[in-house]
Design a protein around this ligand. Structure first.
Ligand code: ADP
Length: 401
């Protein structure tokens, strides 16, 4: 509304002007609605992104593989805790930190060139290396370098590094290789013995008895080796299950004594059994424990010179029944003691004095005792003798059931 003036300047009339703003208002309301919806969507998206970021963080913080992301200049931008545990704190570190952890020069060169190739050729690289981790332990790792496009201002590709701990697999691989090499060696020895003896038999058939005895010994050795290998293979595959019964260990000790007394006598050794009369019965697999006792008593006889004594003993000690065998034999040097339960391990003195051993008996003894929830221990003094003792819990722990 505005005044209409006369030429003299007085107000002549009032003019009224009106405009339809309904459309404008509708548009404004619509705009407001859109803005609100947009804000809602941004908020929703932010929550989604935060959730996704949290989830990725949870995964990265908890996976056992070490993962790090490096910038084009090699600076590590982010690393998960597994990476830090393996290579140290990532802050202000370069990707070259990985090379510092590698022990051998040869591996440093290989890993270094894989890293350069990944950056230059933009191709994923994959390599195995042995490193010393921050806790000082040696580890085998499977390293992968993956070129990735980083969403940053440089526009240049970065490198995603992942390291997978394969120490355990490598150990199994090394163990398998050593086991096969040892088995081949231990099979080759009696087989070449057999061939030599057959050749000698052809050359001097008049000494038939002597050759036959030697051949029988070699065949016996091969048979024992095969039997031990079969048992270990069963143990490895979890196929040796115990047939537990409540038994008197004294009875088993007596049977083994009766079997081995004549053997000791032929070696002019004195074998004695000192059995605890009130030994409680325990849960055990009769066949397997007899095998353990046989192994220990046979070893005592084998590694003890003629004219000496061997004592088998049973007793009770700290909620366990114990069987021990003490000999006056060649003994075992302190530095060799930790290895005598390893497969194929034989001390130098044993190789010189007793050719026929397989080096598998004590490995089997230990595994059988483990299955029983028991233990086997040894004390020894070179030149004076050894004592091997097994202990079986009187009450089997629930965990061993
Ligand atoms: P082996 O068939 O050689 O006897 P074992 O596994 O039974 O294999 O024993 C491993 C090694 O432990 C033997 O080769 C020997 O060096 C040592 N050993 C075992 N028992 C005795 C013992 N009573 N006295 C001395 N050395 C022993």
């Amino acid at each position: 509304m505005y005044p209409v003036l006369s030429p003299s300047g007085s107000v002549e009339a009032l003019a009224v002007y009106s405009r339809n703003i309904t459309e404008q208002k509708r548009l404004a309301a619509e705009l407001q609605q859109h803005t609100a919806r947009l804000e809602e969507m941004v908020e929703e998206r932010t929550v989604q992104l935060r959730r996704a970021k949290d989830q990725i963080e949870i995964i990265l913080n908890n996976i056992r593989d070490a993962v790090a992301l490096a910038q084009p200049n090699g600076d590590i931008r982010t690393a998960n805790p597994a990476f830090e545990a393996l290579f140290g704190s990532h802050i202000s570190q370069s990707i070259e930190r990985i090379l510092e952890a590698i022990g051998s020069d040869e591996h440093i060169v290989m890993v270094g060139s894989a890293l350069i190739q990944a950056m230059q050729l933009q191709e994923q690289q994959h390599i195995e290396a042995r490193i010393t981790s921050t806790d000082g332990s040696s580890k085998d790792v499977d390293l992968t370098f993956i070129p990735v496009q980083l969403a940053d201002e440089t526009g240049q590709p970065g490198i995603l590094v992942s390291a997978h701990d394969i120490t355990h697999l490598k150990e199994i691989e090394r163990f398998k290789a050593r086991f096969i090499a040892d088995a081949v060696h231990d099979l080759a020895t009696p087989i070449s013995g057999l061939s030599t003896r057959l050749y000698l038999l052809k050359r001097s058939p008049e000494k038939l008895d002597e050759h036959m005895r030697a051949l029988e010994n070699q065949v016996e050795h091969l048979r024992n080796l095969l039997a031990d290998l079969r048992t270990l293979s069963q143990l490895d595959r979890g196929q040796l299950t115990l047939n537990l019964q409540t038994c008197d260990l004294n009875q088993i000790a007596r049977r083994v004594f009766d079997t081995y007394e004549p053997v000791a006598i032929t070696k002019q050794q004195t074998l004695k059994l000192d059995a605890e009369p009130s030994l409680p019965e325990v849960q055990l697999d009769r066949r397997q424990i007899e095998r353990v006792l046989v192994n220990l008593v046979a070893n005592a006889i084998n590694y003890t010179p003629t004219g000496k004594s061997i004592l088998m003993q049973t007793r009770i000690e700290a909620a366990c029944v114990i069987f021990g065998v003490t000999d006056e034999g060649i003994g075992i040097a302190a530095e060799e003691l930790p290895y005598i339960f390893d497969r194929f391990y034989r001390t130098d003195r044993a190789r010189q004095t007793q050719a026929g051993g397989t080096g598998l008996g004590l490995a089997i003894v230990r595994e059988i005792m483990d299955l029983h929830g028991g233990t086997v221990i040894v004390t020894s003094e070179p030149g004076r003798g050894s004592t091997f003792s097994i202990s079986l819990p009187i009450h089997r722990p629930a965990s061993a059931e």
